[in-house]
Design a protein around this ligand. Structure first.
Ligand SMILES: [Zn+2]
Length: 170
């Protein structure tokens, strides 16, 4: 499906890695940045850049031959899932999940979308079994930095619905 402008903002759910209160599209393993799988395929050595605070993030393609992001035949764009798992996977201690609102050009996929503009609206209050040293602290630090709440799963989904269109279950 090609990138189409959306009429109204849409919301989705995604994972970040948190470092010093900033949200990254990837996780840090032993201090080394590991971008999300989609990003790794396009640009394995991309320099980590935090999501901006207080403003939207503009999608950028990191492929060698760049183009306006998102592009249908690429993996670029600010991605999110339509649905939030009951217990979303958190493969590292710095993982947090949350909701974004997205707009502009959007490529819709089966389980989620890739958008041109997005910003985080809330983070998920979830137990991360890898984060035994600082339970809940990373989400709280990022939430404070971005001025967004940390919410339980059902509240997060409801809150997201106030900010944009939730995907209708088929
Ligand atoms: Zn691309």
């Amino acid at each position: 499906m090609s990138a189409e402008p959306v009429d109204v903002p849409i919301v989705g759910f995604r994972r970040w890695g948190v470092r010093r209160g900033e949200l990254y599209s990837g996780i840090f393993v032993s201090g080394r940045f590991v971008p999300t799988p989609a990003l790794t395929m396009v640009a394995p050595r991309v320099r980590p850049q935090p999501w901006p605070v207080g403003e939207a993030r503009l999608a950028k393609c990191f492929a060698l031959r760049g183009h306006e992001a998102p592009y249908s035949d690429c993996n670029c764009g600010l991605s999110a899932y339509y649905d939030l798992d009951e217990e979303p996977d958190q493969p590292a201690p710095d993982c947090v999940w949350g909701a974004i609102v997205a707009w502009g050009l959007v490529v819709e996929c089966e389980t989620g979308f890739r958008a041109q503009f997005a910003r985080p609206i809330a983070l998920l209050d979830a137990y991360n079994r890898h984060d035994f040293a600082h339970p809940g602290r990373r989400a709280a630090a990022a939430a404070e930095a971005y001025g967004i709440p940390v919410l339980a799963r059902d509240d997060l989904i409801a809150y997201a619905g106030w900010h944009g269109e939730l995907h209708e279950a088929a």
